[in-house]
Design a protein around this ligand. Sequence first.
Ligand code: ADP
Ligand code: MG
Length: 287
Amino acid sequence: MDGTKAILQGRGLSKSFGRGAAREQVLFDVDIDVREGECLAVIGGSGSGKSTLTRILLGLETADAGVVCYDGLAVNSSQSVADAAVVDTNVDSGAARVKPSSLSAMRKLPGFQALRRESGLVFQDPFGSLDPHWSVWRSVAEPVMLRHKDMPREAVLERVDQALRTVGLDPAVFARRHPANLSGGQAQRVAIARAIVNEPRVILADEPMSAIDVAARVQILEAFRAIRQARPGTALIVVSHDLGVVQHLADRIVVLHDGRVEEVGETDAMLADSRNAYTRQLIDAAS
Ligand code: ADP
Ligand code: MG
């Protein structure tokens, strides 16, 4: 049911960290599309660049070269994806060159601003994204109140309740709790409720289950499935090395290997009979 429209596009993305002899290139000319309504999994060994790539796509990090577009609008440079192909052949003509912006310049771009408004982020450590002094209710309500400054309290309540219910947490039980009184799985579901409460069109979840005990992972999985069911247009990018999770959640998979795209394909077909040696290695290691 994935639409063919790419809501988020990366073209020619490259990135290095460090300087001089310590300089290390972690992404090499990566192209990636995230389609409206799909769940796209990004898999690959540790250090293959999954977090760096997805952070660049979501505008959390600059690229050294390449273009990110959200809904056709530039996220990380003044170039559009359509221009990028032209620019590639013109790298030496200064004016036409893709000039990746600094984070502060990025913030002024229309695509960046739209993406920031319309995306939700979930990371590995659930407690890292929750303020220990805040109740569950406050953590989930805060993004709503910041966005809709004059929304009536009843409406905020309704939104928060709905977000908590979607991730399988009963508001009557959890709204007043603080992070210290939540399990890892519960805290991660609160973090997910916080990420979805403003109804994002794109969600990035980077290893959302890696820090969660195995017994609680299925509830996180269920939460993401419920989100997709409630809002089928939502694009979900899941970074995971758990192929069981990927199989249950993802429509398509991007395989990253040492900063390069190794393979892209439909989940079932790839897991069943990928001919790619690196992908097979990942699959065999997981089974
Ligand atoms: P993955 O998420 O696939 O494990 P990452 O994108 O986190 O991979 O990292 C890719 C490589 O980039 C690793 O070698 C990592 O050490 C390096 N790296 C990531 N972020 C930084 C950073 N902020 N500074 C320096 N090196 C980094
Ligand atoms: Mg990572």
